[in-house]
Design a protein around this ligand. Structure first.
Ligand code: CA
Ligand code: CA
Length: 152
């Protein structure tokens, strides 16, 4: 089982105590979370501009994912509409990077967060709330040494 999973990992980065992996599969948000957990990791939480910048730099540096435009991150408002928390820690989302007019919770069905790169509107990566069962995004797993205070 583990050997199979390792073959999926095309992108891998170690940043200080933080380790990022992008599996080469698209999945819905729940399966993404499950997959990260299977690796002993978590769906990524992005809790500062520095971490956001590091992630984008990492994505751009990979051959496989440099042209990808959507990745799940580990935030949702599944528990309470409009209240976003990180699945890895349960903590409230404080740093945010919403795209214009997001989160819009279309049809009251969008509860999971993705980072999107809209190359037609701008060149920046921003957040969007999307329907959790949508399977059109890659996802980023992370792990960290919880004894380390300075991650970057
Ligand atoms: Ca929502
Ligand atoms: Ca949305």
């Amino acid at each position: 089982m583990k050997k199979v999973i390792i073959l999926f990992i095309l992108a891998h980065l170690v940043l200080g105590a933080k380790r990022y992996c992008i599996p080469d599969i698209k999945a819905n948000w729940f399966k993404a979370h499950e997959f990260c957990t299977t690796l002993g990791m978590e769906l990524i939480s992005i809790e500062s501009q520095a971490e956001h910048n590091a992630l984008i730099k990492f994505i751009r540096s990979t051959d496989k994912f440099s042209n990808a435009t959507r990745f799940w991150i580990g935030a949702s408002d599944l528990a309470e509409e409009g209240i976003y928390t990180w699945i890895s820690s349960g903590r409230l989302v404080t740093f945010t990077n919403w795209a214009a007019n997001e989160p819009n919770n279309i049809n009251n069905t969008e509860h999971c967060i993705e980072i999107i790169h809209n190359i037609y509107i701008n060149q920046v990566w921003q957040w969007n709330d999307m329907e959790c069962r949508n399977e059109i995004a890659y996802f980023v797993c992370e792990s960290e040494d919880i004894q380390c205070v300075d991650n970057f």
